[in-house]
Design a protein around this ligand. Structure first.
Ligand code: BV8
Length: 246
C-alpha cells in the first residue's frame, strides 16, 4: 500500500485531529514473527488450543505445562524485531497533541519500538507475578516450572490476563476514557472478537470519533468502521504517516 491509497478525507481528518487512539491486536505482532492467537502453533504446541492454555483452570490443572508454554512464547518474543508499523505509531505519538496506544498484545514490542504511553489491556508476558500476592517477581534462571514465590512460596505465573479473568481496572478505565475522548480511533490487527477490548471502537463511535480499521481480513468491526484500510499494519501505517505529514 502506498501513500496515495490513503483516502484524502482521512488525511485531512488526521491533520486536524488532536487526540488519537490506536487499539492493537496480535496481527500487529504477526509481521514481527510472533504468531497470532488463532494461527496454527508450531512444535509441541500444535496439539494445544491457546484458548485452553490461557485460562486459570489450565494453570490450576497443569501449572508446569502452562508455565512452559509461556516460557516458549517469551523466547519467541525475545527474538522478534518491531517492524515499520511500530515505528509509524511512535511517529504519530511524537507528532500528535494526544496519543494513546491501547494494546491487547502481551509481547512488549510497542515499548521496545519506543512507544511511551502504552495501555496493556492483557498484561505483559515478560513479567511474572506471585499467583497469590500478585506482586511482580523476577524468576531469574531456574529449572523449576513454575518457580515458587521467594516471599510466600506460592507458584509464580505470567503477568497476563487469562480468559475469564478481569482486566486491570486502571487499564480498561484509561482505555475507555481515551476511546470516549478521541477524534480518531484506529483498530489495528485485531479480529475484534475478544471482549471487553472489542467494544472500544463502539465507545469511540458513540462519542463522535472516526473509526479506522487496519487489517488484511474482514472482521465484525469492518461494516461499522468509517474507513477500512485493507492491508498489513507494517505497510499501511507507514503509508498513512507519509500521507499525513508528507
Ligand atoms: C473478561 C493474554 C470478565 C493471555 C488474552 C464465553 C466464555 C468465557 C469468556 C467469554 C465468553 N464470551 C465472552 C467472554 C469473555 C472473553 C472473550 O472475549 N472471549 C472471546 C474469545 C469470545 N473475555 C475474557 O475472558 C476477558 N475477561 O471478560 O472478564 C470478568 C469481569 C469481572 C471479573 C471476572 C471476569 C479477558 C480477555 C483477555 C484474554 N487474554 N491475552 C495470553 O496472551 O496468553 S487475549 C488474546 O487474544 C491475546 O491478547 C490476543 O491479542 C487476543 C486475540 O485477539 P487478537 O489480538 O484480535 O488476535 P487474533 O489472533 O484473534 O486476530 C489477529 C487479527 O490480526 C486477525 O484479524 C488478522 O486478520 C489480523 N492480521 C494478521 N496479520 C496482520 C493482521 N492485521 C494487520 N496486519 C497484519 N500483518
Amino acid at each position: 500500500m502506498n501513500d496515495t491509497d490513503i483516502p484524502d478525507s482521512l488525511v485531512r481528518t488526521m491533520r486536524l485531529a488532536r487526540s488519537v487512539v490506536a487499539l492493537t491486536g496480535a496481527g500487529v505482532s504477526a509481521e514481527s514473527g510472533v504468531p497470532t492467537f488463532r494461527e496454527a502453533q508450531t512444535g509441541l504446541w500444535q496439539f494445544y488450543d491457546p484458548m485452553d492454555l490461557a485460562t486459570p483452570e489450565a494453570f490450576e490443572r497443569d501449572p508446569q505445562l502452562v508455565w512452559k508454554w509461556y516460557e516458549w512464547r517469551r523466547r519467541l518474543v525475545g527474538t522478534a524485531e518491531p517492524h515499520g508499523g511500530y515505528r509509524a505509531l511512535v511517529d504519530l505519538e511524537d507528532r500528535l497533541p494526544s496519543f494513546s496506544l491501547v494494546t491487547q498484545n502481551v509481547d512488549g514490542l510497542h515499548q521496545r519500538a519506543g512507544s511511551r504511553n502504552v495501555i496493556e489491556l492483557h498484561g505483559n508476558i515478560t513479567r511474572s507475578i506471585c499467583s497469590v500476592e500478585r506482586t511482580t517477581v523476577d524468576p531469574g534462571i531456574t529449572e523449576l516450572a513454575p518457580p515458587p514465590c521467594p516471599q510466600c512460596g506460592a507458584s509464580l505465573r505470567p503477568d497476563v490476563v487469562w480468559f475469564g479473568e478481569a482486566l486491570p481496572a486502571t487499564a480498561i478505565l484509561d482505555a475507555t476514557e481515551a476511546a470516549r475522548s478521541c477524534d480518531v480511533l484506529f483498530s489495528i490487527g485485531t479480529s475484534s472478537l475478544v471482549q471487553p477490548a472489542a467494544s472500544l471502537p463502539e465507545e469511540a463511535t458513540r462519542a463522535g470519533a472516526i473509526v479506522v480499521e487496519i487489517n488484511p481480513e474482514e472482521t465484525p468491526l469492518s461494516s461499522r468502521a468509517d474507513y477500512v484500510l485493507r492491508g498489513p499494519a507494517g505497510k499501511v501505517l507507514p503509508a498513512l504517516v507519509n500521507a499525513i505529514y508528507r
